[in-house]
Structure formats: structure tokens, C-alpha cells
Design a protein around this ligand. Structure first.
Ligand code: NA7
Length: 531
């Protein structure tokens, strides 16, 4: 392939870890390609989510590219869980090292995309028109920011901030009265940081979450050396483990283990920190009784940490299985509520009536605030794709086609949208696996498909409707075997008013998922129409 009358071989949308890797791979293989990115710099979600305390909940040594051994060996992470500024530096380092910056147009958002006569035409907010024979979306699982329809939000006279669009310049919080709405991963990371500076902090909580301490600490030189020695094993783990990296559990069922031994194992997980604790036993993810045992262990830790009994009760998650909303990883979250200048408002009993010019009015009274932070999450998985304005061959918008939930083949392609590939799209493992491993797998798979198309003179590749139907059914069937569908969460789209409740990720594990995709490729791209 080559540039043909101003038509790119491939347009990549997004310059986070997925988009950058895709762009780099395509360039290495001689494709005429270019990337378009809304932000002024690379990094995707790590560009935008720069709120105090932002940190990855996957360990740094696993949240790294593996495809380039030299890069892997040369980059020295400072701590077990890297902070947002360090991850952003890593992204910038990759872009510079691979000379990607000249091939990315920043500050440009794709707002429309139509396919005709063998190529896509993308329209952007800067008025640019881009033509490309193939389009690869790398827009992230969580980048469409959710601003909930809270009455009066627009009349707030203080400083309104969003965790997912945190300003690049420092925000003055010292001595100010700060409110936070939302207690998911972002809120839970942010709250202890805000409490250090704010004169008063009010946390507005709709649903208490389960959270485990990160026990973050600097990485030792010995750990870095060991990670380099283990490089080959890490590569193997990418395709042989459920999450793309191993998690250490006992390999036994909680219900087949004596209570005292169970507690001792959970203690080890709690002391170790991070999400590994949920994999201690094999049955807590699928058996409600086993799950309840783990959930109760977490609840005990909250009661132990939070001094005020009533407050501890309000912070304790009940009524849904642990793990069915993303487990939070914190640094002193519960401890923060022992400070007298930190207050919790339990919105289940005292709902927000409106945001006023000076703060928040709940049913029980007024909270005066100088700063209000929305840590209210994302229109996850689908929002970043539907807002691109993609239309199918018949002119129907992706948003309309997905009215009843996302439909895809392998989470990589959508029937009716030829020559379009969706990296970490709905129907793939997405955030149920280490997303770095999911990204690398998808990028390599799409690269191989495009090489195949080039060498076979194929100009159109499109998922068959029948293959898509089968895949949607398979994703639903796998979800049905888990406890996920029982809980209102962004995994199901339940956090967005009016969004169809469909469990979007492939819940069968990255190892199984990769085998299926490899199989599809080996069988001449079964389930795709090629011409
Ligand atoms: P999440 O996990 O979706 O959390 C959003 C939080 O905001 C959650 O506590 C929500 O409560 C709350 N929320 C949302 N809308 C409202 C309204 N209208 N009123 C009150 N509270 C509301 O997003 P995060 O940014 O924290 O984390 C996203 C992912 O980023 C995370 O999983 C990691 O993978 C990294 P709810 O639970 O819906 O009742």
C-alpha cells in the first residue's frame, strides 16, 4: 500500500498507549499512516487524568510495553504502582524514542466518519478532512467523561473540576472548602490527597466501594533486575494467563478452606496490597457464598480502620458482590475519614437536591464549597466510539446501531463498518485484563491482518453479521457465568442514564480470547468478508 491521491493507508484515532503502538508498528511496516489526537500531547487517559493521587492499579512492571525488549529493559519505574506523571513521562518517552510526534496531529477530534468507494473520510473539529483506506480506533475504554445531570451544576460559582479533565496548571486547595462527588477508583485516590490541603472536605458518596490498600513503595534495584531476567516469562504470561500477567492465589476454593486458614490467607493478600487479594481463592468470583466471605473480610477492615461506628457503616459496601464493581486500590482512603475536617454525605439517605451558586444542597441542608470535584466516571467502553460519529455503509450511526448494547466481532470489528478496527473495543477483554497486554495483542493482530491484506491485494475487510451475532451471544453467555451482571456498574453501562444494560467485556480471560483471535487469523480471517 502507499499514499494514493491524498488517501492514507491507515488513519489511527488516538495517541494513548494503543494508538502510539499501532502507529509505530504500521510505520515500521511501511504503511502510510497518521494519527489524530484530541489532547495536545500523547498519553490518552494518562494525559487527562492528572488529578492528585492518580496512579495505575496494575503494577508498573506489568503496566509496561513488552513488545520492545530494549525499551522494557531501559525504563526504570520508580515505584510499585506508578503515578500519573511517571506514566505520562513513559508515554512521552516512547513517542520520542520511536519518532512518532511528526506523525500525530494533536488538538484534533474526529467528529464524523463515513465509508464510500473503498475509503473512509474523517471529519474533524478543526475542519480537516482525512481520507484513509483503513481506520483503527485507539480511543480507550474510559475516555468519554460522564458529567451526570445533577440539577444546578451550571450555576456553581466556585471552581468546578473533573478528575478526568484535571487542569495542567496547579490548583490552589489550601484552606479551601472542597467537595467531591464520586467514590470510584478516582475519588478514592483523590480524597486522601485533597484532605492534606483542604480546610474542609466533603465527600458525596452514592455507593460505597470495596477498596484495598495499594501498599505502594519504591521498587528496589533487585526487583528491577529480577523483572528484566523474567522478561521472557512475562511474554509467555501475556498469552497464557487470564489477566495477561499471573496473579498469585492459593489455587483452592474458599468454601473448602477452614475459616481460620481463609482469614490468614486474606491477611496475606491485604498486607501485600493491590488487587491480588481477590484471586486468593478460586470460587469468590463466581460463587455468591464464597464471594460473601471475601466481602465480609473487607467490611471488617473498614470497621477496624474507621473510628466512628456510624461513619464506618456508611462507608461499608453492602448489597452487591465484591469485584463486580471495579475494586479500588487506595492509599489511606478509610483513614482519611478519621480526620475531623473530613465529612461523608451518604447520598442514599441524603440525596443531592441541587448544586447552588455556593455549594450543594442535599435534602438535609446546605454545604458551602469553594471547589467542587466531579469524580463521576465515564461513559465506559462505548462512549469513546459512538462520539466519533462513525456511520455504517447505509449511513446509520454507530450510536444508533448500538442502542441496545454494543455489537462487535471479537471486539475488534463491527459488521457494516468495513476496514475499521477497534483496539480494546467492547466485546474484547478490555479492563478485565491488564490493558497493556490487551493493547499489544490487538495491535499485533491488526498489523498482521493489514499485512495479509496488503500481500493478498485485499482492499476491503468487514465482519460478517453472522460472526458478529455469534460473538455477541458468546460474550453474553460468558458474562452470565459470572457475578458481574448482578450489580449496577459501568461494566454494564448502568452508570449512564438511558444506556442499555449490557455487559460489554469478554469475561473468558485474555488467554482464551487470544487463542480465539489467533484461530480466526489462522483460518484466513474466518468471520470476515474480504474482497
Ligand atoms: P467510576 O468507577 O465509574 O466511579 C464514579 C463514581 O461517581 C461512583 O462512585 C459513582 O457512584 C459516582 N457517581 C456517578 N454519577 C453520580 C451521580 N449522579 N451522583 C452521585 N455520584 C455519582 O469512575 P472512576 O473515574 O472513579 O474510575 C474509572 C476507572 O478508571 C476505574 O475503574 C479504573 O479502571 C480507572 P455509583 O457507584 O455509580 O453509585
Amino acid at each position: 500500500m502507499g499514499s494514493l491521491g491524498g488517501v492514507l493507508d491507515v488513519a489511527v484515532i488516538g495517541a494513548g498507549f494503543a494508538g502510539m503502538h499501532m502507529l509505530d508498528q504500521l510505520r515500521r511496516h511501511g504503511f502510510d499512516c497518521h494519527a489524530y489526537e484530541s489532547a495536545p500531547g500523547v498519553g490518552g487517559t494518562w494525559y487527562w487524568n492528572r488529578y492528585p493521587g492518580a496512579r495505575c492499579d496494575v503494577e508498573s512492571l506489568d503496566y509496561s510495553y513488552l513488545h520492545d525488549r530494549e525499551l522494557y529493559e531501559a525504563w526504570a519505574w520508580s515505584s510499585r504502582f506508578a503515578s500519573q506523571p511517571e506514566i505520562l513521562r513513559y508515554a512521552e518517552h516512547f513517542a520520542e524514542r520511536q519518532d512518532l510526534l511528526p506523525h500525530i496531529t494533536f488538538g484534533t477530534t474526529v467528529l464524523g466518519a463515513t465509508f464510500a468507494d473503498g475509503s473512509w473520510t474523517l471529519g474533524t473539529d478543526t475542519g480537516e478532512q482525512v481520507r484513509a483506506r483503513f481506520v483503527v480506533t485507539a480511543v480507550g475504554c474510559m475516555s468519554a467523561v460522564n458529567t451526570p445531570p445533577i440539577p444546578g451544576l451550571e450555576q456553581f460559582g466556585g471552581t468546578l473540576l473533573r478528575t478526568a479533565r484535571w487542569p495542567t496548571e496547579p490548583v490552589e486547595l489550601t484552606g479551601r472548602r472542597v467537595g467531591v462527588i464520586g467514590t470510584g477508583s478516582s475519588g478514592v485516590q483523590l480524597v486522601p490527597e485533597l484532605a492534606r490541603e483542604a480546610a474542609e472536605l466533603v465527600v458525596f458518596q452514592r455507593t460505597p466501594n470495596f477498596s484495598v490498600p495499594a501498599r505502594n513503595r519504591p521498587l528496589t534495584e533487585a526487583e528491577r533486575v529480577a523483572a528484566v531476567t523474567e522478561y521472557e516469562r512475562k511474554v509467555v504470561h501475556a498469552s497464557t494467563t487470564r489477566f495477561g500477567h499471573p496473579v498469585t492465589g492459593t489455587g483452592r476454593a474458599a468454601l473448602a478452606t477452614e475459616p481460620a486458614e481463609r482469614a490468614a490467607e486474606f491477611d496475606k493478600g491485604w498486607e501485600r496490597g493491590g488487587t491480588h487479594i481477590v484471586a486468593t481463592f478460586t470460587d469468590t468470583g463466581r460463587d455468591p457464598t464464597a464471594n460473601a466471605v471475601l466481602a465480609e473480610y473487607f467490611r471488617d477492615r473498614i470497621r477496624e480502620t474507621v473510628h466512628d461506628e456510624q461513619l464506618a457503616r456508611a462507608l461499608t459496601p453492602i448489597g452487591y458482590p465484591i469485584g463486580t464493581k471495579r475494586l479500588c486500590v487506595d492509599d489511606g482512603y478509610y483513614e482519611t475519614f478519621n480526620h475531623s475536617h473530613v465529612e461523608l454525605v451518604d447520598l442514599r439517605h441524603d440525596p443531592i437536591e441541587e448544586v447552588t451558586e455556593t455549594g450543594i444542597r442535599t435534602r438535609s441542608g446546605d454545604y458551602e464549597l469553594d471547589v467542587l470535584v466531579l469524580a463521576t466516571g465515564f461513559d465506559a467502553f462505548t462512549g469513546s466510539l459512538t462520539r466519533l460519529g462513525l456511520t455504517d455503509r447505509a449511513g446509520k450511526a454507530l450510536a444508533d446501531r448500538w442502542q441496545d448494547g454494543p455489537r462487535s466481532y471479537l471486539g475488534l470489528a463491527v459488521a457494516g463498518f468495513p476496514n475499521l478496527f477497534t483496539l480494546t473495543g467492547p466485546g474484547s477483554t478490555m479492563v478485565l485484563s491488564n490493558v497493556m497486554r490487551a493493547i499489544e495483542h490487538h495491535v499485533e493482530w491488526v498489523r498482521e491482518l493489514l499485512l495479509h491484506a496488503r500481500s493478498h491485494g485485499i482492499t476491503e475487510v468487514e465482519a460478517l453479521e453472522s460472526a458478529e451475532n455469534d460473538w455477541v451471544a458468546r460474550v453474553a453467555e460468558l458474562a452470565g457465568r459470572t457475578l458481574y451482571p448482578h450489580t449496577d456498574s459501568y461494566y454494564l453501562g448502568a452508570n449512564i442514564e438511558g444506556k442499555a444494560r449490557v455487559f460489554a467485556p469478554f469475561a473468558g480471560g485474555l488467554d482464551a480470547y487470544r487463542r480465539i483471535c489467533d484461530d480466526v487469523a489462522a483460518q484466513g480471517y474466518r468471520g470476515f468478508r474480504t474482497a
